[in-house]
Ligand binder design. Structure first.
Ligand SMILES: Nc1nc2c(ncn2[C@@H]2O[C@@H]3COP(=O)(O)O[C@H]4[C@@H](O)[C@H](n5cnc6c(=O)[nH]c(N)nc65)O[C@@H]4COP(=O)(O)O[C@H]3[C@H]2O)c(=O)[nH]1
Length: 922
């Protein structure tokens, strides 16, 4: 239960209980007082009333007695007043009014005179009364009904005595007093007591007088019948008052008194009851009750208001403090209680606020400590705290991981286990107030447990307490082993070739510069050898880059083994290597090295499952003769290498100044080639090829020609490699394809017998993204049907990327375009692929055809290609057929087609047209 409710209840209880008790006591006392007062007053009314009745009855009794003692009554008896007495009695009864009859009886009991003449002569029927009176006593008959006397009444009887005969009873006088008179006597005395009912009760309990409203009960009902049992028995004992429930269950207050008589009148034993409905009687006390209830209720409300106010004043701060306390329990330290008063609660509030403030500070410190602990614990860097004596006070996990110690092995030990001497000196110097107090990112080393040193970046800082006194040194170290390795690796990569691990161009220049400076004043030579692998491109294209890379690595190894330690082998990129021969005495020495290189590299290379043979072309330049700086020496060695290539490869050439002229020519050629297309300097020649079965021309091969205004006719053998190198081959080839297709269509439109047009494709063109689309578009544009087009690809191109090749060839095949493999036999065809490729023709390279008659090897190869072609259901064509012998041989081995000067050289378009029109045959 809340304090507020509890306090309110206590207030209410302790203020209301006495109040209710006092109220109840007051009510009870009031009730008793009222009852006593009312009861007393009722009893008094009863007393007064019964006195009144007694006096009245006494008066009647005295009157009747007086009348009996009148002298004239003797005369009545004697008969002297016979006629007049009755009228006297009538007058009496009328005068007093309250008598229903007055009789004079003789000693026999016969009525001799009466106020009621009708009764004269009749017997008096109240014998007991008569007998008493005749015996000389005054007698009273209690109220009763007498038929002869017309209703209810009280009868008095007194003896009539003779005056002369010594009081001898000579008759009786009776007077009957009417019961109606009783009602007059029981009229209520109105007053403070309200209007109680007055009941006059005969000694046996019969009601003989009652209020007017209750007349019907008169002489009929008994107290017992009213269930006024208590009253019935009480009246026999005397006077008093009591409370009783009547027949209808109503409680009544009853005051009562009994008849005691008056003077010589003995009374009839009647009682008077003063009856009042208790509710009505207690009406004042009811008012008192409501007054008390109202007061109690009012006081209760007042107490409630006061108690609520008081408890609120007391409990509100407590409630607020309790709410803030529960928030504090949940970790919220932001609330503060308002001090509402300057009493004890106010000072308690202030103390409570102070307490929260303190708790918050402690919590924050705890959080900070945990935070710091968790940071230190999770730090990647090593953290060591040492005291001013150089003993280790604290280490984090990163330190233990880095150095391999356990915490126990370090705590309270000297930091010199970890720090080298110079670092220890520097670290301990931090505690000196004259120093700046920190060290930042110093590259140094730590010792690990095994004694091995680890490179680190070290930062140290003096640790001060609140008073600013230095208590220790915080040492943070970052392991830079990996970083150092990376830097070394980067430096290495910056100066080396990643594939072969040989020095790269940068390091080459560096070394060459050093070599030059070493020999500059000693009359010695430095040689630069520029090596280019012959036909490396073919190997790379044919067997893939992986094999190409392996070859380059193997070449590097072999070159490394050949050279002295002071010499340098570097790779400039691709298949280009350079060698610096340091400190050479004479040019011949260089030639010897070159010879060794040629020999070494001519030995077969076993790479994966391939056995490869390569040759190399070497260009040589010498310091100081061929250049005095690294760039010139390299350039000239390069030029000399080109010369070696021109010389048929697999040889070495010394640089000579006129070589530079050639190099310049090559550069000029490239520039011209770039403009050739737009200047319309290209044209096509067409060389027919014929079927050996029919002797008819079955197709023409389109061969490009470049007619340069100054250089004249430039051979494709000269500019096609250059065009491939520069990428110009793509637009040039597009032009060739379009021109060739258009020419073939023109021949068809001229009505010549349709033949196929063979077009050479370069590898680069074949792998162009939109090449296939381009071919289809060209056919559509020129209107040539696809089966009149034949594409010639070299063996290397086809084998280069077999997946791409199969897809492309399939597409061409489906379109109906024929595919022939050019220069077949010079490359590395895989029979497996050959079987899967949709190829139509193998073109036997002219190098085999040339000596086919003389050289049995060439004859065997040519024969093998024809057999292979037929096995794979491919056509075979021999190119470069110049002699009848060659032709005969080819026919003998079943070659399908031939092409060569024997039948026709490549012809300009008009001549080719003529040849076709003439229907030239073999
Ligand atoms: N000694 C001798 N030679 C003969 C004989 N019959 C033909 N030739 C020559 O042999 C070469 C055959 O062409 P290739 O092997 O495809 O070799 C071609 C081909 O690879 C390339 N080429 C020519 N035109 C094109 C072209 O339009 N596109 C591409 N990509 N390459 C072309 O240039 C190479 C050289 O072409 P050309 O100088 O026209 O030289 C042609 C041709 O004139 C003969 O009986 N004896």
């Amino acid at each position: 239960m809340k304090i507020r409710t509890k306090t309110t209840l206590i207030f209410l209880t302790f203020s209301l209980i006495p109040l209710v008790l006092i109220g109840a006591f007051a009510y009870k006392t009031g009730q008793t007082a009222i009852m006593q007062s009312l009861g007393g007053s009722f009893q008094q009314i009863a007393n007064q009333t019964i006195d009144k009745v007694d006096r009245s009855l006494y008066d009647v009794h005295r009157n009747v007695k007086t009348w009996a003692e009148l002298e004239l009554m003797e005369e009545v008896i004697t008969g002297d007043l016979d006629g007049r007495i009755s009228s006297f009695l009538i007058r009496l009864s009328e005068e007093y009014g309250s008598f229903s009859s007055i009789h004079v009886l003789n000693t026999d009991g016969t009525i001799i005179a009466s106020s009621r003449p009708d009764r004269i002569g009749s017997e008096f029927n109240q014998e007991n009364l008569f007998m008493k009176a005749i015996r000389g006593e005054g007698a009273i008959q209690d109220v009763r009904e007498e038929d002869t006397e017309k209703g209810w009444g009280v009868t008095f009887a007194f003896p009539i005595r003779s005056k002369s005969e010594k009081e001898k009873v000579i008759g009786v006088l009776t007077g009957r007093w009417k019961a109606d008179e009783l009602a007059k006597m029981t009229q209520v005395v109105q007053g403070e007591t309200g209007s109680p009912r007055l009941l006059l009760i005969r000694g046996d309990g019969l009601v003989i007088s009652a209020p007017e409203a209750e007349q019907e009960i008169l002489f009929k009902r008994n107290l017992v019948e009213f269930k006024l049992q208590s009253a019935a028995s009480a009246i026999r004992k005397g006077r008093g008052y009591l409370i009783e429930n009547d027949e209808e269950g109503r409680a009544s207050l009853i005051g009562y008194d009994y008849s005691k008589g008056y003077r010589d009148f003995q009374g009839l034993g009647w009682s008077v009851l003063v009856v009042r409905d208790l509710k009505a009687a207690f009406e004042p006390i009811q008012r008192l009750k409501w007054a008390i209830v109202t007061v109690v209720f009012g006081v209760a409300i007042l107490v409630l208001i006061v108690s609520v106010f008081v408890t609120r004043t007391l409990t509100d701060p407590i409630l607020e403090i309790s709410q803030i306390a529960s928030r504090v329990a949940q970790g919220d330290f932001e609330g503060k209680a308002k001090p509402l008063s300057k009493d004890e609660i106010g000072s308690f509030t202030l103390t409570f606020n102070q307490m929260i403030e303190d708790l918050k500070k402690q919590r924050d410190q705890l959080v900070d400590k945990n935070y710091v602990d968790s940071i230190i614990g999770n730090m990647i860097n090593s953290l060591i705290v040492i005291n001013t004596e150089g003993l280790i006070e604290r280490v984090n996990k990163a330190t233990l991981d880095l150095l391999g110690f356990t915490e126990e092995e370090l705590i309270n030990r000297k930091v010199s286990r970890i720090f080298p001497d110079d670092l220890l000196t520097m670290a301990m110097a931090l505690k000196s107030p004259t120093e700046k107090g920190f060290l930042n990112n110093i590259e140094t080393t730590y010792f690990e447990k095994s004694g091995q040193s680890i490179p680190v970046f070290f930062s140290g800082s003096a640790m001060k307490n609140h008073q600013g006194k230095i208590e220790g040194i915080i040492c943070v170290a970052q392991d830079i082993t990996e970083r150092k390795k990376s830097v070394e690796r980067l430096n290495y990569l910056a100066s080396h070739d990643a594939l072969t691990n040989l020095p790269n161009r940068t390091l080459f220049y560096d070394r060459l510069g050093q070599a030059i400076s070493r020999v500059a004043w000693r009359n010695r030579l430095v040689a630069v050898l520029f090596l280019d692998l012959d036909r490396f491109k073919v190997i790379n294209d044919t067997l893939g880059h992986a094999v190409g890379d392996l070859l380059l690595q193997e070449v590097s190894k072999r070159l490394g083994l050949l050279l002295r330690s002071g010499d340098t082998v570097a790779r400039l990129g691709g298949d280009e290597f350079v060698i610096i021969l340091d400190d050479v005495a004479k040019a011949e020495d260089v030639a010897k090295v070159c010879q060794k290189i040629l020999e070494s590299l001519s030995k077969p290379f076993l790479l994966k499952e391939h056995e490869l043979f390569i040759t190399v072309s070497i260009g040589i330049s010498l310091f100081p003769n061929d250049g005095r700086d690294a760039e010139t020496l390299l350039k000239n060695a390069d030029t000399a290498m080109y010369k070696a290539k021109e010389q048929g490869r697999n040889n070495y050439q010394h640089f000579s100044p006129n070589m530079n002229v050639k190099a310049l020519e090559r550069l000029a050629l490239e520039t011209n080639l770039r403009h050739a297309l737009e200047r319309n300097e290209f044209l096509l020649h067409f060389q027919p090829f014929v079927s050996l079965a029919t002797g008819e021309i079955v197709g023409m091969e389109a061969l490009i020609r470049w007619r340069h205004p100054d250089l004249g006719m430039v051979s494709p053998a000269q500019f096609i490699p250059l065009a491939e190198e520069t990428g110009l081959i793509v637009p040039i080839s597009e032009w060739v394809l379009k021109t060739a297709c258009r020419q073939n269509k023109t021949w068809q439109e001229l009505g010549l017998r349709p033949i196929r047009m063979a077009v050479n494709l370069s590898a680069r063109q074949f792998y162009e993204k939109d090449f296939r689309k381009g071919v289809v578009a060209t056919l559509r544009e020129t209107g040539l049907e696809p089966h009149y087009l034949e594409l010639e690809l070299t063996e290397g191109t086809i084998m280069k990327s077999t997946d791409v090749t199969i897809t492309a060839l399939d597409e061409f095949h489906q379109l109906g375009i024929a595919i022939s493999i050019d220069d077949f036999g010079t490359g590395y065809s895989s029979l497996n692929y050959l079987k899967r490729f949709p190829v139509n023709k193998l073109k036997i390279d002219q190098s085999f055809v040339r000596d086919v008659v003389k050289d049995p090897d060439d004859a065997a190869i040519t024969n093998a290609i024809v057999v292979l072609g037929h096995t794979l259901q491919l056509k075979t064509i021999a190119e470069g057929v110049e002699t009848q012998e060659q032709l005969d041989f080819l026919r003998s081995i079943g070659c399908d087609e031939v092409q060569g000067y024997l039948f026709s050289k490549p012809l300009p378009a008009e001549e080719a047209t003529k040849v076709l029109a003439e229907g030239k045959r073999l």
